[in-house]
Design a protein around this ligand. Structure first.
Ligand code: MN
Length: 289
């Protein structure tokens, strides 16, 4: 083994907490809960997945955000978003919305369906102090604009952000330089991805199972488990035959540059100091978002 390279191991495995948010949408909070309050620069990860309309139909009526980015990645179902600056659109299966809330906006996220399955993720990504009050911005891409890579036999990767070989994702975010990959790995197939050694990273398996690391030290990660990655300049993920169907492992691999700044957060406001949080409340209440 090259002494200059280190494969990332699994530091710990975390299971999400069932909760509800918005007007009563049932979801699983994986980052942003007691077991994993944050993973700098990541503030929150919610997985939502249900085919019961009563679990999602109330949606997320008008609410504010300031100081960070929300990343919504839809696997199934349709969600309409609308903000107080005149932006509106429908997120369809396979689409991503990377919303930089910056100095603030008020928006709603409501199901655009009365029945059927709703499934996906919302990730909150912090902004550095110098960009918390930037103008709100959307990077929104339909499924046809998210490129796929096949870096090895039995491995398919949708590249939302970052790079897999020659395939680059459409998202631009220099501050945290994120990688966001949607992985499909057949049992026995292996995906190797280089990552900057000091970046925070996690793998969240949402179907099947995978092993992370190099044998004999590799660790199994089951569906609906998040693996916090240790440091290293690459990650090795091997698909494992799991369940009755022995199916393909599906997971998101997310990494980014830690900000290492103070975090003052309360609900939908994430700033650096208490004073900035109080200002966020005051600005929201007086309609300055
Ligand atoms: Mn929101």
């Amino acid at each position: 083994m090259d002494i200059h390279s280190a494969t990332r191991s699994v530091q710990r495995v975390v299971t999400g907490m069932p909760t509800s948010d918005g007007a009563g949408v049932k979801l699983t909070r994986v980052i942003g809960q007691e077991l994993l309050p944050d993973l700098d620069p990541f503030l929150l990860l919610d997985e939502f997945g249900t085919d019961k309309p009563e679990d999602y139909i109330a949606g997320f009526p008008d609410h504010p955000h300031r100081g960070f980015e929300t990343v919504t990645y839809m696997l199934e179902g349709r969600m309409r978003h609308r903000d107080n600056h005149g932006n509106e659109g429908v997120l369809v299966p396979g689409s991503v919305q990377w919303m930089t809330a910056g100095r603030g906006l008020v928006h709603s996220e409501m199901p655009e369906q009365q029945q059927g399955r709703m499934r996906g993720f919302q990730l909150w990504l912090n902004l550095p102090a110098r960009e918390k009050m930037t103008a709100p911005r959307y990077q929104e891409f339909g499924p046809e604009r998210i490129p796929s890579a096949t870096p090895a036999a039995g491995v398919t990767v949708k590249v939302i952000a970052g790079r897999v070989g020659d395939v680059a994702g459409p998202i631009q975010q220099p501050a945290t330089d994120p990688t966001y990959l949607d992985l499909s790995i057949r049992p026995g197939a292996q995906f190797v991805q280089s990552l900057p050694p000091d970046y925070a990273g996690f793998l969240y398996v949402f179907e099947g199972a995978a092993r992370v690391g190099t044998e004999p030290g590799a660790k199994a990660v089951q569906a609906h488990e998040l693996a916090v990655l240790g440091e290293g300049d690459e990650i090795r993920i091997t698909g494992v035959s799991a369940g009755a169907d022995g199916g393909t492992a599906r997971a998101i691999l997310v990494a980014g540059r830690p900000l290492r700044e103070a975090v003052a957060r309360y609900g939908p406001f994430v700033m650096n100091t208490r004073e900035e949080l109080q200002q966020a409340f005051a600005d929201f209440q007086s309609g300055r978002f």
